[in-house]
Design a protein around this ligand. Structure first.
Ligand code: 5AD
Ligand code: SF4
Length: 471
């Protein structure tokens, strides 16, 4: 595909803007401010997509609510990475049947990764008749047209684009968080890890033009945002599809120059694409946070090969050492899958060995979930559920001990944090994060707001967070 064809055309985007106005008009005629509830599942990419959907809804005149009873439009932005997330969505959508029966005007919609799977759309069409809006990730930019048809004609609208996915620029973004923002730098994934559905539902890798990304970051900075997280399924391959001479290391240096931004994070990185150039660049990016999220997925070379990860256990550990040399204070986090087909006790022990040798600050561990359409789903020796759970619990025990030990080293130290807001669990406390991404709680101060930087002396630690007093 030629680069220019990767973009949704300006005419198409203009056409969608007209639908935005038409939906606005429809509700204005009814003399009411419609309310929307967007429920998001899955990764930050999905969160960012929801922010774009809410941006469009806001332009269409919608206000937002957390209450299903209050909402005129309820949309589920779904995740297909694991079966558990899919089941939760289906349960929640199913539970709306009664509400829809009571309030026929209510529009229920489902979008996102689950809707890029044919079998799932089929299921929704036949069994979830109260759902009237269905669209996949590739159709996101058509949302105004889809909603217009659903509201105006009160008919079921299904939009599924069977292509590799394109880039739609300049869609408005509605961000609730005033201090931190996600910035998607690329979409899709080319890696085809054998367990993963993402390349099938999100399409091939496509990078945004660097100018567009920088424009967005500058505008965020002007609006008071202090921290950005550059997002992509594999940010390390940013720029490979551009006919320009710019890669992820270059992009980091460009983002570093935007005044007003004080912290830069990125996720996710694939170990196989961490180039020497990128490692050498990391310490030169002045605003880069001391945090590296580097999924290793499994410790056994045999399993890594079956996963199609294209690195070895020792290669991964060596990579961590090289990054640590470049960034001595880096906090490492990772993703791990337990119970990939054929994973034996010996294989699993290799995963535990990586945990003990690298000593991650925290890990995101997942029980392997069979995904229809991926190569791993057809592999022999699927691991029984009880064994997967047993290994999963064992892994958590090992990691919780390490996380706690690492957190104990913070006792008595003073850290700089960016304030995020009130603590969610204790109304007398506020919380923020260190450069390494650790959550720090401290006594509430009404003079502080999100995006302020303060120093806190740590006085209490737990496995998941730190607590202290301002100094
Ligand atoms: N089963 C379990 N975990 C998975 N992940 C991706 N696909 C699967 C699957 N089929 C995990 C990986 C990835 C994270 C986002 O989700 O660890 O890094
Ligand atoms: Fe999935 Fe692998 Fe791509 Fe990550 S890199 S999204 S795990 S295929």
């Amino acid at each position: 595909m030629q680069r220019k064809d990767v973009f949704v055309s300006e005419e198409e985007l203009k056409r969608q803007k007209e639908f935005v106005q038409q939906v606005r008009g429809l509700y204005a005629e009814k003399g009411k401010t419609p309310k929307a509830l967007v429920e998001t599942y899955g990764c930050q990419q999905n969160e960012n997509d929801s922010e774009r959907i809410k941006g469009m809804l806001s332009e269409m005149g919608f206000a937002f609510t957390d209450s299903r009873e209050d909402a005129d439009f309820i949309l589920f932005n779904t995740c297909a990475v694991r079966e558990g997330a899919e089941m939760r969505v289906l349960g929640n959508v199913g539970a709306l049947k009664h509400l829809k029966a009571r309030r026929p005007d209510l529009i229920v919609g489902i979008c996102g990764c689950m809707m890029q799977q044919e079998h799932m759309v089929k299921k929704l069409k036949s069994k979830y008749k109260h759902v009237s809006v269905i669209f996949g990730t590739h159709s996101l930019y058509q949302f105004p047209e889809i909603l217009y048809k659903a509201v105006c004609k009160n008919e079921r609208v299904i939009s599924l684009i069977d292509s590799e996915g394109r880039i739609a620029e300049d869609i408005p973004v509605y961000r609730e968080n005033t201090a931190s923002a996600w910035v998607s730098i690329m979409y899709g994934c080319n890696n085809f890890c054998s367990y993963c559905i993402v390349p099938y539902v999100r399409g091939r890798e496509r990078s945004r033009e660097p100018e567009k990304i920088l424009e967005e970051i500058k505008s965020l900075a002007q609006n008071g945002v202090k921290e950005i997280t550059l997002l992509g399924q594999n940010v390390n391959s940013y720029g490979k599809d551009l006919d320009r001479n710019v890669d992820f290391a270059d992009l980091l240096l460009l983002a570093d120059k935007v005044s007003g931004i004080r912290r830069i994070r990125f996720m996710t990185s694939h170990p196989k694409d961490m180039t020497d150039k990128l490692i050498e660049t990391l310490p030169k990016v002045k605003k880069l946070c001391d945090q590296i999220h580097l999924p290793f997925q499994a410790g056994s070379d045999r399993i890594l090969e079956k996963m199609n990860r294209r690195y070895t256990k020792e290669g991964y550990i060596h990579l961590v050492e090289r990054i640590r040399t470049a960034m001595p204070n880096a906090v490492f986090t990772t993703d791990i899958i337990v119970g990939f087909p054929g994973e034996s006790k010996e294989d699993f022990n290799e995963t535990i060995d990586v945990l003990k040798r690298v000593r991650f600050d925290s890990v995101f561990s997942f029980i392997y979930s069979k995904r229809e359409g991926t190569p791993a789903a057809k592999m022999p020796n699927q691991v029984p559920e009880d064994l997967k759970h047993k290994h999963f619990d064992e892994l958590l025990d090992v990691q919780n001990k390490i996380s706690r030990e690492i957190n104990e080293t913070y006792d008595g130290k003073t850290v700089e944090i960016m304030v995020e807001g009130l603590s969610k669990t204790n109304e007398t406390m506020m919380c923020g994060r260190t450069s390494g991404g650790k959550i720090v709680n401290f006594p509430k101060d009404d003079a502080l707001s999100a995006g302020d930087f303060v120093h806190v002396k740590i006085t209490k630690i737990s496995t998941w967070s730190l607590t202290g007093e301002r100094v």
